[in-house]
Write a protein that binds this ligand. Structure first.
Ligand code: NI
Length: 168
């Protein structure tokens, strides 16, 4: 399919809640294909449908940039059913080019989702994969990684965020 433009912070669509996928048709396959191409081009670790302007509960995670054995994985209508522990790590987002912040998240999660054919699967993950899945899941709820920042960190970032939102 095709690479699509990535929505940048400031675009109100990033605050919308995405809707569940109900039919596993060509449209969903095309969406996943576009997400895969766009993520590869951007060299990111994950991308959700809302970031290319599609309000569907779909995201992909591809850790191959940091783990050559990793394959892109599609999550449709995902649910995080367990989370455990806490870990802090520097995080970025393709909708916030150039901005990286230390964010605390659960260190281990169990996620349930559907694959491209509509088959359910469950995974227990930790480390970077757990972080990427939690980050992408938040996008489906209209939540962004800057929402986790302390008031002080947010204040310090204000000018850079404003620049992004004006340019978008
Ligand atoms: Ni993101």
């Amino acid at each position: 399919m095709a690479e699509r433009p990535i929505v940048i912070f400031g675009d109100p669509v990033l605050r919308e809640v995405s809707q569940p996928v109900e039919e596993f048709n060509q449209e969903v396959k095309d969406l996943v294909s576009d997400l895969t191409d766009t993520l590869k081009k951007a060299r990111g670790l994950g991308l959700s449908a809302v970031q290319i302007g599609v309000l569907k509960r779909v995201f992909i995670v591809d850790l191959s940039a940091v783990d050559i054995t990793a394959k892109p994985q599609v999550f449709i209508n995902p649910e995080i059913i367990e989370s455990d522990g806490e870990t802090e790590y520097e995080e970025g987002c393709l909708s916030f080019p150039g901005i990286y912040q230390k964010i605390t998240r659960a260190s281990k999660i169990r996620v349930r989702a559907l694959d491209l054919t509509g088959q359910p699967f469950e995974l227990e993950v930790e480390g970077l994969a757990a972080r990427a899945i939690q980050h992408e899941y938040d996008h489906l709820e209209g939540k962004l990684f800057i929402d986790y920042l302390s008031p002080l960190a947010k204040t310090m970032l204000k000018g850079r965020l404003k620049k992004l939102s004006v340019a978008s």
